[in-house]
Write a protein that binds this ligand. Structure first.
Ligand code: PHE
Ligand code: ZN
Ligand code: ZN
Ligand code: CA
Length: 436
């Protein structure tokens, strides 16, 4: 069972899927979207081999202030320049040494609606840093090269970042975010981070949206749904301030990401669902000289890189914002311990079915939100799971969930069903809304 003190929690295997068949209506047909390509893992491995060679030729590391870092930056930049990215190096100083961030913009898309992906390119001085973070760096690079190969032209503008001096305390990514004016910050709508995506004894962790200052539950859900679609169970991780999304989250930018695990030891339950070895760290070469080209689980690298591509293709094409009426119930409903409560909203005057992106606003006060299971119940009784219970020790739930409700008739009584499934903590529904 769940421990309230654990930092990891089981993500629900239940999905927020409606029917796969969209109703044929004259209006609001979504624009055709392009499916994400499968990224050949061999291409990612080739980048890792090159990063290993760079480390080997430069005293065995690619650390901030060392020649192996500059060579890593030059390698990634040359690949991007060759296929039409607009690249720039951002220079900074840390611990008396010069460092660089590499920023790459893919021409096109809405300049006021930017999707950004990034990861750190530096290693620790102890080793070549192939899992940490050659894997995330190379996966993002190969996805960017695929954007170019396909001449993908999504609605949003795409930007990529490779950060310096993460290992000295998130220095490069923090420098980048601080260098942006508030206007430029506001243009970045989502930042996705990938750090350690090929751990040799892998776990499949998705950044918990509710655990960041501005983490995105929608991004979390999209990534969890992707893994579920390929038959891989996930756990949520409260990655906190441990990687480069942190500065973006503090700036109010929606963040998310995936992670295959570092120094923490895999439990028996985790080995049962993911394979690998219980009682051994996800990456026992974490921050060590043995973090070499041999320190990578190819299946995890493959899945995580495909997840990067899926996330980019999904988010970049966007979902048109809802334009229909909004319904609200602001009556307080007490949530007693170990009890199920419901709050109704009567929808009327909406023709046809609910939208594929029904926005469900939830405002709940609670002393331990891990106790809560939340469902949206359609007029015909179909339940859409918004949130599962788990060991998330945060308190309130203030979030907007997106539900594909296109299989449901809009008019009728919808309910927010909230179950408190663990003893001790209690709360209250302050209100909730449906935006059609
Ligand atoms: N950022 C950590 C490092 O580079 C690794 C890490 C990533 C830890 C994500 C936790 C979550 O050492
Ligand atoms: Zn590290
Ligand atoms: Zn790292
Ligand atoms: Ca409780």
């Amino acid at each position: 069972m769940f421990s309230k003190k654990s930092t990891l929690s089981l993500a629900s295997a239940l999905l927020l899927t409606g029917t796969l068949l969209s109703p044929l209506t004259a209006s609001a047909a979504p624009a055709a979207t392009v499916a994400a390509p499968d990224i050949p893992v061999a291409n990612v491995q080739a980048h890792l081999t090159n990063l290993q060679s760079i480390a080997t030729a430069n005293s065995g590391n690619r650390a901030h202030g060392r020649p192996g870092y500059r060579a890593s930056i030059d390698y990634v930049k040359a690949k991007l320049d060759a296929v039409g990215f607009q690249t720039s190096l951002q220079q900074f100083t840390s611990s008396g040494a010069t460092g660089w961030n590499l920023i790459a913009d893919w021409p096109g898309g809405d300049p006021n609606n930017i999707l950004m992906l990034g990861g750190h390119l530096d290693s620790v001085t102890a080793g070549p840093g192939i899992n940490d973070n050659g894997t995330g760096s190379s996966g993002i690079l190969e996805v960017a090269l695929t954007v170019a190969a396909q001449q993908f032209q999504p609605a949003k503008h795409l930007r990529f970042g490779w950060w310096g001096a993460e290992e000295l305390g998130l220095v490069g990514s923090t420098f980048y975010v601080n260098s942006l004016s508030s206007t430029e910050k506001a243009k970045i709508k989502t930042y996705l981070n990938f750090d350690m995506t090929g751990s040799p004894n892998p776990g499949y962790f998705v950044y918990a949206g509710a655990s960041q200052p501005s983490g995105s539950v929608a991004v979390q859900q999209m990534l969890v749904d992707y893994y579920t679609s390929i038959g891989v169970q996930t756990e949520l991780t409260e990655v906190g301030g441990r990687s480069d999304h942190a500065a973006f989250a503090r700036a109010g930018i929606a963040t998310g990401g995936t992670f295959a695990g570092a120094e923490v030891v895999k439990t028996a339950a985790q080995a049962a669902k993911w394979g690998g070895t219980s009682g051994v760290a996800f990456d026992r070469c974490y921050h060590r000289s043995c973090d070499t080209i041999d320190n990578v689980n190819v299946a995890a690298l493959d899945r995580n890189t495909d997840a990067i591509a899926h996330a980019l293709w999904t988010l970049a094409q966007g979902t048109p914002p809802p334009t229909g009426p909004k319904f609200e119930n602001t009556a307080d409903v007490t949530i007693p311990d170990l009890t199920t409560v419901e709050s109704p909203i009567t929808v009327s005057g909406v023709t046809g079915n609910a939208p594929a992106a029904l926005a469900v606003g939830v405002d709940i006060t609670h002393t331990y939100r891990g106790d809560l299971v939340i469902d949206l119940v359609a007029p015909d009784g179909t339940a859409f799971r918004l949130k599962s219970s788990g060991s998330d020790s945060g308190d309130d739930v203030v979030a907007t969930y997106t539900v594909n409700a296109s299989g449901e008739v809009a008019n009728g009584v919808w309910k927010l069903r909230v179950q408190d499934v663990a003893r001790q903590d209690t709360g209250r529904i302050n209100g909730w809304s449906l935006q059609f």
